[in-house]
Design a protein around this ligand. Structure first.
Ligand code: FAD
Length: 637
């Protein structure tokens, strides 16, 4: 029998970013015992890296803002493919979640009259992002960790043990979810330092593992983003949706090569920075797509006036949604009007004083100074698209965050639906707070409703341990593979063939390459033993990367249109017949290393009538089919 440390909890939260921590707080406040597991150090998650801010229609910077405007912006950004109920809950609840953070001890930047200050971001009608300089995510995590410590202090007083109700398991990776008769029964993993196995026996698991960016060569994401939650859920029988939609942030660093892909926050453009090509032209005015015509300024003068007078001017096209800006940069570079290192220029130096730049964008100032030897107060930055965020994820019930597997919940970037085909900047941090809380509540209610707890079968534990140990002793001798080589081939394939611009022939080549990697993954061999062994860790992450990459590629091949974070060179237009179609991914075999993937289209539930009526008929007609709009009052009048 495999040697395994065994622990019992009511809820296991996998992931200690914003979504995970918010779920922990909620489940603990309902009195449940909660384990929070993270494969990196506690406090090191993507949420910490979030710079620009957290979108919430508090109306502090412009009193015309409200949840309906935020809802409309989110749906437009997602090209009306969003799960509208999620977008509705998000827009309605985000302001309360931001306020609540201040009750935990957060301190956002202030307006002159002492309210939470809000900044402009792409696709948001009004300044809406609550922020702390360009280190907003750090404040979110710091505050939620502080809240958890205060809950642990309460538990110490009540039970004599700080960890009686909430315990953190850092540098601990979950590799498998275990079930009992179709219901979640626990989670299996290993300590990264010792390599020893650990089993959490629990009736409810909340996945909050973030995204999949490490499947692409050029990315703003760090090493943990290997799609673990997506893959864990799929292997446990849950479905993924929207996997073809991958956000390429328009502004990543392009030089030097060692830092290629690192994010340059949209806050630079929100605070006045403009994009220019090698001719010095502000090219974004030439790239306003038809669906946004009339909503954006058509001259530099109007765009510049908008920063100080938003009532009487339209916003700058530099702040179009990310998919539009990324495609525009791609087109400029392709047309030979790029910067020396294959990007374009982002100029804040000629727009703000050096003091203002250092005050408003301190991280960006240091990032460029230290990594590229560029002084952004004196010269423009060179920027280009970088893989940043996945809109696709685990299909969940909007209100409870439950997946199709009883006891399995998901929130944050690893869940799907909320952002449709393209996420607006700032809408992730608010998503984490709104749906992290709902996942914690959903898991708590589920656990409380159980008459009997599921049990973990020893045979499942043994099987999970066997799968984890395969890379030390692969079945076929003489054909061993290096995990780093396979990872590199996978990343390059996804980058080159399923990247920002796609076409059928290239996606098919990518799928053929992924099939080849599937054949080879069983031969991955790692040297050494289980104590801190990065090669082994990567070998285990690889099967997740492979599974989610196949989902992205298969769904991208099926969707024969261009929408949001999915651009097909061979189908360049948005097609209204695809608008309400979700592509649902599920596994077809139980192969623990490389299960097959099936992608099936299904219709999305129609937008509720009162929400539909928040939009003008003319606007909806750009996205919807005639039949879908038959019930709109504007059509019936
Ligand atoms: P994360 O914060 O990434 O947390 C994931 C957690 O899961 C980590 O603790 C990780 O260790 C753990 N984990 C993963 N796999 C396993 C496993 N197998 N076992 C155990 N633990 C596991 N969004 C905004 O709204 N505004 C912004 O200004 C903004 N700026 C950004 C800047 C950068 C550079 C980046 C990369 C993203 C930015 N985003 C922004 C996006 C946003 O930060 C992320 O989408 C969001 O933080 C994801 O949060 P999460 O809680 O879902 O996951």
């Amino acid at each position: 029998m495999t040697e395994v440390e065994r622990l019992d909890y009511d809820v296991v939260v996998i992931g200690a970013g914003g979504a995970g921590l918010r779920a922990v707080i909620e489940a603990r406040q309902r009195g449940l015992s909660v384990a929070v597991v993270c494969k990196s150090l506690f406090g090191k998650a993507h949420t910490v890296m979030a710079e620009g801010g957290c979108a919430a229609s508090m109306g502090n910077a412009n009193s015309n803002d409200n949840w309906q405007v935020h809802f409309r912006d989110t749906m437009r950004g997602g090209k009306f493919l969003n799960n509208w109920r999620m977008a509705e809950l998000h827009a309605k609840e985000a302001p309360d979640r931001v306020w609540e953070l201040e009750t935990y001890g957060a301190l956002f930047d202030r307006t002159a009259d002492g309210r939470i200050s809000q900044r402009n971001f792409g696709g948001h009608t009004y300044p809406r992002l609550a922020h702390v300089g360009d280190r907003t995510g750090l404040e979110l995590i710091r505050t939620m960790q502080q809240k958890i410590v205060s809950l642990q202090q309460e538990d110490k007083r009540k039970y004599g043990d700080y960890e009686a109700k909430v315990k953190v398991f850092a540098e601990c990776t979950i590799t498998e979810l275990l079930k009992d008769g179709g219901r979640i029964a626990g989670a299996f993993g290993y300590w990264r330092e010792s390599g020893r196995f650990i089993l959490f026996q629990a009736p409810a698991v909340v996945l909050a593992t973030g995204g999949i960016g490490k499947s692409f060569k050029v990315t703003s994401n760090s090493w943990e983003y290997t799609g673990d939650g997506h893959a864990l859920a799929m292997r446990a029988g849950a479905t993924l949706i929207n996997m073809e939609f991958v956000q390429f942030h328009p502004t990543g660093m392009v030089w030097p090569p060692s830092v290629k892909g690192i994010l340059v926050t949209e806050g630079v453009r929100g605070d006045g920075g403009v994009l220019k090509n090698s001719d010095g032209k502000r090219f974004m005015f030439s790239y306003v797509p038809d669906v946004f015509k009339g909503q954006y300024a058509d001259s530099e003068e109007e765009a510049d006036r908008w920063y100080t007078d938003q009532e009487n001017n339209r916003r700058t096209p530099d702040l179009l949604p990310r998919d539009e800006v990324a495609r525009a940069i791609n087109a400029e570079v392709k047309a030979g009007r790029g910067s020396p290192h294959g990007g374009v220029f982002l100029d804040i130096a000629s727009r703000l004083t050096p003091e203002e730049i250092r005050k408003r964008l301190p991280s960006m100032y240091h990032q460029f100074k230290e990594l590229a030897d560029v002084d952004i107060t004196a010269e423009p930055m060179e920027v280009g698209p970088t893989c940043h965020y996945v809109m696709g994820g685990i299909e969940v019930d909007p209100d409870t965050a439950s997946s199709s597997v009883p006891g399995l919940f998901a929130a944050g970037e690893c869940s799907g639906g909320m952002h449709g085909s393209n996420r607006l900047g700032g809408n992730s941090l608010s998503d984490l707070l709104v749906f992290g809380r709902r996942a914690g509540l959903g898991a708590a209610s589920y656990v409380e409703s159980l008459a009997e707890r599921p049990k973990v079968a020893q045979s499942d534990v043994d099987a999970a341990a066997r799968t984890a140990l395969v890379p030390f002793d692969p079945p076929r001798q003489g054909v061993e593979e290096n995990p780093y080589t396979l990872q590199n081939e996978l990343q390059q394939t996804m980058n080159d063939l399923v990247g920002i611009i796609r076409k059928a022939e290239e996606i098919e080549r990518a799928l053929a390459k992924l099939d080849e990697i599937k054949e080879r993954i069983g031969n991955v061999l790692v040297e050494g033993h289980r104590q801190f062994n990065p090669g082994w860790h990567l070998a285990l992450d690889l099967r997740n990367m492979l599974l989610v990459s196949e989902c992205v590629a298969r769904a991208a091949l099926l969707r024969t249109e261009s929408r949001g974070g999915h651009t097909r060179d061979d189908y360049p237009q948005m097609d209204s017949h695809w608008r309400n179609k979700l592509l649902v991914c599920e596994t077809t075999t139980d192969d623990p290393l490389a299960p097959g993937v099936r992608v099936t289209p299904k219709d999305q539930e129609p937008l509720r009538q009162d929400l539909l009526e928040l939009f003008e008929l003319d606007e909806l007609a750009k996205y919807y089919t005639d039949e879908e709009l038959a019930a709109h009052p504007g059509r019936q009048a």
